[in-house]
Design a protein around this ligand. Sequence first.
Ligand code: EPZ
Length: 422
Amino acid sequence: MDSILVRGNGPLNGSIHIAGAKNACLALMPATLLSDEPLTLTNAPRLSDIRTMALLLQSLGAEVTSLQEGKVLAMSSHDLTSHTADYDIVRKMRASFLVLGPLLARAGEASVSLPGGCAIGARPVDLHLKAMEALGADLELRDGYVHAKAQGGLKGAVIDFPMVSVGATENALMAATLAKGTTEIRNAAREPEIVDLARCLRAMGARIEGEGSATITIEGVDRLGGTTHPVVTDRIELGTYMLAPAICGGQVECLGGRIELVGAFCEKLDAAGISVEETERGLKVARKNGRVGAVDVKTEPFPGFPTDLQAQMMALLCTAEGSSVLEERIFENRFMHAPELTRMGANIEVHGGHATVHGVEKLRGARVMATDLRASVSLILAALAAEGETVVSRVYHLDRGYERVEEKLGACGALIERISGG
Ligand code: EPZ
């Protein structure tokens, strides 16, 4: 298992190219199952989660070819050979569940392993299942799998989600494109990844309105065609690298970044004393002056502050002047980075869904362990500003969602290296 070694060495200066969004790409890839014509994604991120989704699609009979060193994914689902998403793949990555809607819509049946819980919480899939049932699917839960059938095809319906779910909205949206009649998704997720998926589906011939708002209307069509679609910029990778100069000082320009992807996050940065300037190429970030100020943060569905930036924001607030309260409202167990940050000298108290961070002057390097994707990068950010050496182990989590972290931060002056097998 690889580790990352970081030697804290002060300000960072330079520019970082922000990749295509992992979570958009993981929803766009299963859309290939909806059509017998090719779907090509450009600006794809090069990550292990993307390779896992490619393996899953291939196990269903899709062809997935990685071109231009992985930046382009050429997919074709002319002939589907299986309707079963196997436990061995789904347990590795929950986003695998996103094949349910497209498979069901195209083939009239699907068997998808139930993903189970994960480190950040129980993460049930009941909303995905309710959406499929609303569209007329018969579901049976057996042997750890959901077996879904839609004899005579799916039928348009009103799907009224009791809470906002990104994945359930994506599954419902994809399934509804080929359902007979009109579907209305109420209380839909509004994340940029949903908007990106809707745009791609529309380019494939789907009739969709209202993406980015709480109500999405889909008029089912008989078939979808192919298209070439660029994956939207990764707003979480963007926010993560915006925090690097905020924590260490210096100035970093995040290429491809746009304020509208990270609006609520930028408001908190501003309140903490970080300036964000929109340039022609992206977003330029620097501290306004002096020490960062404390701010309170509450995670919410988009357009609120993203849960996927909570751990990284905590790393910033560890050395802020004063105390900050972070409230995690999306996942019940997403503060595992707090005890690791404490090992680096942070002063954090966690009570249920709240973490109070009392800012300290300096963090110190330590051996720490990554527990999930965003936790691992928060430890790297903290390490960049800490005195001495930090070794972050179990970085396979990091590789699921961040490509070439060492190179990107190294180019801005960070002393960071990967230790293979460490
Ligand atoms: C997506 O997960 C992202 N993953 C997550 O990114 C992200 O943290 C999350 O959205 C919230 O923004 C992908 O897009 C692949 P949800 P998803 O359904 O779709 C509950 C990362 O680090 N819920 O919006 O699984 C659920 O337990 C990750 O990149 C149900 O109760 O999230 C959670 O509390 C991790 N029943 C809340 O809804 C359901 O059927 C929101 O989850 C579905 C969800």
